[in-house]
Design a protein around this ligand. Structure first.
Ligand code: FAD
Ligand code: EPU
Length: 338
């Protein structure tokens, strides 16, 4: 296995930030990971596991070891009367897994079509879109503990999934390398078209018989019309999370700002549309140098050309400050800042 020094990460992060890794290795098997980790030079080095680089922002060069996870393989490992259990290597491209499941009529992932990135990162922030989160069909994962070099299994409850959250962003941050994920997918599909835009899109497509293939197609079409394609404009999807406030806080805000957008949650709180807050603060379409706020989706920060990570970070801070000042709401970054 080759270990590269001062390797450029520009093509390996969807923001297209020109940062570099002090050391860089691509790993395709667990043994290769173990081999790198056992090298003396890396015992105490900082480590970053890289998937598709679609949910991180490099604010400086990474002065440690970047491991590009390339573990492949998609297989049906088990089935019972209701479910298929599909195990995928962490380095598989997420959308390729979705396409394969949709084509085979394994139901559950169709609403998560076209999310960039790799399988290994899907549990990291419990990826979600169009009314579904990965926790809804996650069965278990395997991860290598960097400290004791053994493989651990994590069940759904072990992962402590929440909205864009898991145990791997908190108490186990930087401690595990996820090597595979197993999903539990339905034999008899349950269609989730609770997200209004899907139903509208299906109608426009002239769909009369609901299938997971049609839902996947509708989701791809909505996403392509709304979100910038990282191959054309650097970005990492939603830069901030949608903030949660209590119902009392929401009513006070609604009183002052009647058009404010919020969705009721099961716990009685309300999730605010951060994109609305940011747009109302006047940021939509604004740029500072090459760092900008997308003109169609205020929640997405973009690199129009050669922005530095620190400039995008600075823009995000300005946005957070103005949302706090106008609405007294604190935005939290969704993107991992490196
Ligand atoms: P990376 O960016 O490479 O890594 C993300 C984090 O996970 C890093 O901290 C990294 O160290 C860690 N990590 C990655 N792989 C492993 C591993 N194997 N083991 C341990 N740690 C690991 N997200 C959503 O939830 N919903 C969306 O609808 C959505 N839409 C998006 C649209 C666009 C246009 C873009 C650019 C991004 C979008 N995202 C969305 C964010 C992103 O696609 C997801 O978070 C995705 O899961 C990131 O995968 P990745 O492989 O690129 O992770
Ligand atoms: N809105 C505005 N102005 C904007 C953008 C949005 O007013 O510029 C308001 C609109 O009222 C809109 C509402 O915000 O109805 C919600 O917008 P949208 O449906 O586009 O969803 P979102 O909240 O911006 C979230 C996720 C996305 C996910 C979509 C679809 C978060 C942080 N983002 O976006 O996930 O794809 O819903 O489910 O939860 C990601 O995490 O990277 C991501 C793209």
């Amino acid at each position: 296995m080759i270990i590269l020094k001062n390797h450029s990460l520009k093509k390996l992060n969807t923001f297209g930030i020109d940062a570099s890794a002090r050391y860089f290795a691509e790993v395709s098997t667990v043994n290769e990971i173990l081999e790198v980790l056992s090298q003396k030079a890396f015992l105490n080095a900082r480590k970053l596991i890289l998937g598709g680089g679609s949910n991180l922002l490099f604010t400086k060069n990474f002065n440690g070891l970047v491991l590009k996870n390339n573990l492949k393989g998609i297989e049906l490992v088990k089935e019972d009367s209701d479910f298929y259990f599909i195990k995928a290597g962490a380095g598989e491209v997420w959308h390729n897994l979705v396409i394969q499941c949709v084509a085979n009529n394994y139901s559950g992932l169709e609403n998560l079509s076209l999310i960039p990135g790799n399988v290994g990162a899907s549990p990291m922030q419990n990826i979600g879109a169009y009314g579904v989160e990965i926790k809804d069909c996650f069965f278990e994962l395997e991860a290598l503990n960097i400290a004791d070099k053994t493989i651990h299994k994590f069940s759904n409850s072990d992962c402590k999934f929440g909205y864009r959250e898991s145990v791997f962003k908190h108490e186990f941050k930087n401690q595990f390398i996820i090597t595979s994920v197993t999903y539990r997918l339905l034999k008899t599909p349950v269609f989730n078209i609770s997200y209004g835009a899907i139903e509208k899109e299906l109608q426009q497509m002239g769909i009369t018989k609901l299938t997971i293939q049609a839902i996947s197609k509708a989701v791809c079409s909505i996403r392509s019309s709304k979100l910038p394609n990282p191959a054309e404009i650097g970005n990492a999807g939603s830069f901030f999370k949608n903030p949660e406030v209590s119902n009392e806080e929401f009513l006070l805000l609604k009183n002052k700002f009647p058009a404010i957008v919020g969705y009721n949650l099961e716990n009685g709180n309300v999730k605010l549309a951060a994109g609305w807050l940011i747009e109302q603060c006047g940021w939509k379409g604004k740029t500072i140098g090459d760092a900008g706020v997308h003109k169609l989706q205020a929640l997405v920060l973009v690199n129009y050309n050669n922005a530095k990570g620190i400039e995008i970070y600075g823009l995000s801070q300005k946005i957070m400050d103005s949302v706090k000042e106008k609405y007294d709401v604190v935005l939290e970054r969704e993107v991992n800042i490196i």
